[in-house]
Structures are given as structure tokens and as C-alpha cells.
Design a protein around this ligand. Sequence first.
Ligand SMILES: [Zn+2]
Length: 377
Amino acid sequence: MQQTLRLGKIFGIPVGIHYSWLFIFLLVTFSLATQYFPADSPRWGTGVYWLLGVVTSLLFFGSVLLHELAHSVVALARGIPVKSITLFVFGGVSQISKDAPSPGEELQIAIVGPLTSLALAGIFWGVRQAGISPQVNSMAWLLSLINLQLAVFNMIPGFPLDGGRVFRSVVWRIGGDYRKATRLAALVGQGFGFLFILGGVLWAFGAIPGLQQNLVSGLWFALIGWFLQSSAASSYGQVRLRDALRGVRAQDLMARDCALVSPNMTVRELVDHHVLPMSRRCVVAADSEDRLLGLVTLRDIRTVPRERWDITLVREVMVPRERLVLAGPADEAVLILERMDESDVSQVPVVQDGKVVGMVGRDNVLHYLRTRSELGF
Ligand SMILES: [Zn+2]
């Protein structure tokens, strides 16, 4: 949530906007106030155009928020925790922390978003039909179209869009295999991404018969395609990593040659006798019975100026046990990687009965996978 502005909580879910949204908000308001509304009716006057522009942008924002809230509320009702909702350039992202336990639940959580957008399109269409004033009609018509577009775009059957999740739940229900379904939905998502990029570039250069050249729209389309393609590719990568690490536990890939040092050793001794000669990247501070007291990383050592190495003790630079993310030897590698991502650390000490038995770092995981693929399995 670093690049987001926190707005508050709804149903206990933190809601924020990505800073890119502020830019989009200004861009949308500006183009509505200076182009769309003046073109729609040339006699309303500048003040009215800007008022309509701001109100329309806010209602657009509210529409995207309602779409995301719908996903979150259904997820919460099914007992699946929602970490946060973030609105950004292309819409919103609900951080639902777990995958749905069954295809039926996944389908409900996914489809309720586009259905909400569709309902909003209907409501705005109804407002326009009510004929309150020409200004309200113009605004309601535009919001109806925008919500319809949101519903249609999100129903593209490529992961990670809502339509991709719907598609995955159907394939999952039919084939009974969650991983295969995810893989297929991610591949379809990448396919749509490439199609959008290709279509957008052709449009930008006027190479689509029957469609007038439009550089901005074409590039915008290609950008959406690129976003789709890369997010589908990264979810595919995550699925492959999970597949490759299925059944692999901490004890299978942890480094076992950690240096166990006393917390009362100086940093100079540590570097001269343990880090440099053994080229060890993993140093653990432990008591005389190998019980974990803290972790020392090269990054921690670097924070101490060299002239202070003789007078600084390991206990002063180590990350103490209470602040460490720990694992047991039988913990699954996938779960350890998730914990590393959540707490933004790159090393997790493996502890059994309070004693340090090894260390899992990202490089251990990669090394394990590379070795296994070189061995041909
Ligand atoms: Zn959605």
C-alpha cells in the first residue's frame, strides 16, 4: 500500500487509491469539461461544464468502488478475508487474500462485480429516462455507457480479470483441477493481452480497414493489452512456481551451513573469521545450546562504518528473534515464500525445538528448482 492514498474503511476493509488514480481523475475531469460536455451541448457555459466534469468523475470513481465492494462483500460473506481495496488506472483491485475453496464460490465472487456494473448502467440509464434536466441526462447517459464498458471489459475471459475467474471456475468445475484451470485461464488472458496490443498498434497507425486512424485511442488500447498480458503472465508464473514447489518442504532446500556465532562477538571478528573466509551469507546469533537469538545479514553489517567494527557487537546489529519470520523444517516452501513476501524479508531461519537447523532464502529456492530441472525432473 505504499503507492496508495488511504481513504478509510468500509465494512472493515481498508480502501485506498493508487496515486495514478489522481492523475486519471484530473485527466477525465479535464477532458469531460473541455471536450465532451461542450460538444454535447455548446450553450451551457464553462462553470456548468466543469461542475458536470467533476461530478461525473466522482460518480465514475464511486461506480468502480461499488464494483470492487461487491466482490469483497461476497468474499467476506463466504468467509474469505479481504485485505484491502485499491483503485488504480484501469479500475480497482480487491486484495482477497485466499483463493476461493470451491468453483461455485469463485464464480459468485467473480461475477458479482460485472453484475454490479451492469446494474449501475441500468440505474444511470433509468435516471436519463426520467428526464430531470438536459445536464443530468447528458451525465447519466455517459455514466451508463461507462458502467456498461466496465462490465463488458471485466468479463473478458482472461485471468486475472473477473471474466477470467468466471472462466476458471467453469473449467475447474468441469475438469476438477484447480491448477490446470488457472493455467488455462492465464494463457487465455495472455492471448487477449497480445490481441489488444496488436489491435491497438494497428489502430494507432490506421491499419485496420473501416476504422479511422487514432493514435491516442490505439496506444491506450495497446497499453491496456500490455497490462492484461503482464498481469496474466505473472499469475501464470505464480501458478508454475506453486506447481514446481508442491510437496517441497523447508528441510528439502534449506541451507545447513549457517555460521552460528555468539552475540557478544565483534563485527570485525564475524567478518574476518566467519563471513569472508567461508563466503557464508547466512549468519545466526545463537547461545551455547544453538538456540536462536538473532539473524545477521550482510545488509546489517554494511550499516556499521568499518572503523567501528572492532567496537560493535553482533547483538547490536542483529535482527532479534522477536522480529524474525521463522519456519519449521516441515513447513511447505510455498507458504514460506508467501510469508517472505508479506513481511518483505529474504531469509527465514528454520528452527526446531528452539534450535537453528538451517535457513531458507529466495536463492535457496531458485537453486533447488534449477538443480532439479538440470537433473531432468
Ligand atoms: Zn471486478
